[in-house]
Design a protein around this ligand. Sequence first.
Ligand SMILES: *Cc1c(COP(=O)(O)O)cnc(C)c1O
Length: 504
Amino acid sequence: MNGDSFSAGEQIVSPAYIRQGREARRSHEQLIRLLLEKGKCPQEPWDESTIELFLQELAVMDSNNFLGNCGVGEREGRVASSMVARRHYRLIHGIGRSGDIAAVQPKAAGSSLLNKLTNSVVLNVLKIAGARTATGCFVVPMATGMSLTLCFLTLRHKRPKAKYIIWPRIDQKSCFKSMITAGYEPVVIENVLEGDELRTDLNSVESKIQELGAENILCVHSTTSCFAPRVPDRLEELAEICAKYDIPHIVNNAYGVQSSKCMHLIQQGARKGRIDAFVQSLDKNFMVPVGGAVIAGFSNSFLEEISKMYPGRASASPSLDVLITLLSLGASGYKNLLTERKEMFTYLSSELKALAEKHNERLLETVHNPISLAMSLKNLNDEGGTAITQLGSMLFTRQVSGARVVPLGTSQTVNGYAFKGFMSHSNNYPCAYLNAASAIGIKKQDVDMFIKRLDKCLRLCRKEKHLGAQTAGDLQATKEDVRELAQQLSESLQVKAEDQQLLT
Ligand SMILES: *Cc1c(COP(=O)(O)O)cnc(C)c1O
């Protein structure tokens, strides 16, 4: 309501009350004005009523919500279902124009404002998280892998001779495919084993560059966040090598925003050498649905080139989700989540260490990995890794998600590239292991339940192995052993039956 409306209201309800109501509205508007003026994540969380008011204000600025609009174009922001319209707060036009995802859309002033503002707020949060000198970023409605592809395709025009991408090995398929889809040949640099850790082989990177010739290389594609025992790449040194040979450097920072260590590596890399862009997932870092990523960097001209590579308009949903999330959390709420995550990492690591020792295993020493942990499974390491795979399915049956068992010696071919020891980031890692991560949003209860269930599964595995080793004659299983095994069997039968039902 504006001044005239309030005056009119004073004819109906006592002016004193109207004045008070107007003051109340003004405090919401104050927050909105501050957001627009500063373009920063508000320090304190916004109330949902402020967020909704703001989104309503944006939506009525878009032509699909004009009261007198008559649309005669092929894209008029018409939505058949009012439920769908509500799901998007009536922001229907998406973001960008046909030639640039960052461009302003004349039909949709509200959506355009939303887009620019989101990018500015996200940049502010990336800086708070540790990339202090980042100069720009933009949200894209594609997950991390496709966003990396877009970066590579943008470099294509600058480096017409290039065929190769130098890639310190990380066994994750979407980052590998991001290079294949862009039409490049990944040059896999095997990691080196240092203690338990797998780390970047800088000498190999440099000698590969010399062997292939810098101009034939599109970029170095490095990774921060990864499963232990791999640790974040040595970004500072890689960035220096890239600067020395004048080769672009793209960093896959998939879930690294939540870790000050990963962000610090990026900041140091950019300070000491060359980082052209770093790409992070929206869902993994900001607790929103899957579907978006942020492309960020230290040079706005390169970022502009990337945004111009995006063909056509794009969904505004990921931008809307992350903006709502950051306004609801405030910078303080996001920082709290980061602190809690770090505390849970320490807790998870001490709990997992104790459990490992109890089962005569070991928490692998991977001090450079700030998010993921690995516990050895040497006692389960049988021929073909069946016991290990079984542990994986036992955990899955018990509703433990995200824990990942890695047997030795699994080979896999991805897009025609054969990977020995796939999943372990190494041709021959010395032991099988299990991963668990402390990612943003994790609660103490998650850790406690996980440790309890893992303990039980490991005990069952041991008993099964023990039972299996005995002949039928001297089988001395206790009643409890049999009962537990029977329960496990019935659970897995139940899961099979449910799978069957789903299939039919
Ligand atoms: C999640 C992740 C990706 C990207 O996966 P998307 O599904 O494309 O978001 C890439 N690399 C690593 C290390 C990841 O963890």
